[in-house]
Design a protein around this ligand. Sequence first.
Ligand code: PRX
Length: 654
Amino acid sequence: MSSNNIESVLIENRQFPPNDEFAKNARINAEKLAALHHHAETDYTGFWAQQANEMLDWHKPFSNVLDESNAPLYSWFNDGEINVSYNCIDRHLADKADKNAIIFEGEQGDTSFITYKDLHQRVSSFANALKAKGIKSGDRVVIYMPMTPEAVIAMQACARIGAIHSVVFGGFSADSLRDRINDAGAKMLITADGGQRGGKIVELKSAADKALAGGCPSIENVIVYQRTQHDIPMQAGRDSWWHDAVANQSDDCEPEWVNAEHPLFLLYTSGSTGKPKGIQHSSAGYLLGAAMTNSWVFDLKDDDVFWCTADVGWITGHTYVAYGPLAVGSTIVIYEGAPTVPDAGRFWKMIEDHKVTVFYTAPTAIRALMKLGDSYPNAYDLSSLRLLGTVGEPINPEAWIWYHKVIGKEKCPIVDTWWQTETGSNMIAPIPGVIATKPGSCTKALPGIIADVVDDDGNSITEANRGGYLVIRKPFPSMLRTIWGDDQRYKDTYYPKFDGRFYLAGDSARKDADGYFWIMGRIDDVLNVSGHRLGTMEIESALAAHELVAEAAVVGKPHEVKGESIFAYVVLKGERPAGGVDEELTKTLRNWVGEQIGAIAKPDEIRYSDNLPKTRSGKIMRRLLRTIANGEEITSDTSTLENESILDQLQGKA
Ligand code: PRX
């Protein structure tokens, strides 16, 4: 796509400065922020070295800061040694041993509290259990768990012994799990008998069994956490229960000191082409970004209770649940269950019950809860809240204002945080005690993050509100290191333009007259459904893998709650259904995609046509398909269509 096609339509002028009370107590005030920016601008590596020394505890100090010799395969602090789990747990034991690290609530209302001391013991004994099963530094371990503290314990235990985890979201199907296990060459799978959501059991073990039965030759052992206690088969010699695995293990485990660049985890995410890619993160640089942003953007202080509602299956659940808040010694809330059980007041009740002070969620959740009415939040005491956050997709001003008024009672700053799986931590986000917010804008880049909007030639766009490519001009510590096993794909994906000078985020954006960033959308064929990234190609290949389907094209359609919904055009191998309608088949295909990828990827609508609109050179005319999906008038030139009569079919008129 050319930047000339990136048009900006939304202009929003309201501004909300932080209230005096918040600004007075915030970790970063205007003076400090200016000093941080000045330091980063005048001495980039000195700035990062200072942050790394202040925020992290090093086993062996580093002397190298940034190594660009193999650009764009950058490395940071690469002669230092560290352990992430030590930084998240052990270093707090001296003064926070009895402080809650985790407050957990299950959907049924079961609650538990885990102090830093408990967490240290549980992570250590599980780490010893992993070692007893032959897991060593550098081995890959896949985690496919419900949103319980054990998921965090499993991640921290891997980090403790230098094993590289790859968490697969529990909503992904057996096939998706198998692909990720095989791509990573994982030796172990950690799962559970099941999870709990919406009053039902999420069958994790049976999906895991199906994945393994499909062929995962690298897996040697499976550890199964007992959550639901329903009957599941255990395979002798391969599967063991979590409680048995830890039964005789010491609750002391010396952390494995690893190089700063040692991979901490892989997290698979969708791109515009091919299979999901294993985003590889480092240990020290990643943790630095996580610690810094939990401190600066979420302003976490000793008495805060931080609830980020993301599942650990996503990057947000890594950086703002499993690692970052613990790195700064905070208390986190974990909830396993749906936001509407027993009713739409669940989040607000939990905020009251656990006295949550900082709350971070996705615009899609805000929109869904907003639609259900103010009576739910109004029934609870939300006065503990002092800061709110959003992530994952642009927030529309209406939802922003509702969040501000009805949840934040007009006193909580809202941090709209732009970042990605690849960036590891917040990149563009307000420093809440300083930066006035504007509904829908993620405001300004954090100190040390040199973000910009550029044109096709890589020149900064200086004209206010003109759209272009969002780029980051300099490497930063928390950025991905590569795509697992595929350096070339890493280079081709993130440094394809501008002579490899800038990291290309894949988003379009504009800056307004005050220099605020406004994210406008993806520049590639990636959908953002309820804040989750899905490649159109992935869904198309899943559809095309069905025996009845010849070809498919998938586009996004704006959706009131989900941000985008999935609209699929399908060409069958046999006859097109009469009138283009076959509800049974549509159900079958939706379930099929659910099985191939996961329920989040099921198309919302499917339309059948005799063929797809293509240019003479055979390219699918996606822009036309988007126009049609949106029910808009067709203005593009359709004269090159090989078969103009299919337009009626695509529009659902024939
Ligand atoms: O398009 C941007 C959108 O989500 C993409 C990253 O998706 P993912 O890697 O799944 O990570 C989501 C959680 C960090 C981005 O390329 N996005 C993320 N945050 C925002 C956003 N769009 C607008 N505003 C945001 N605050």
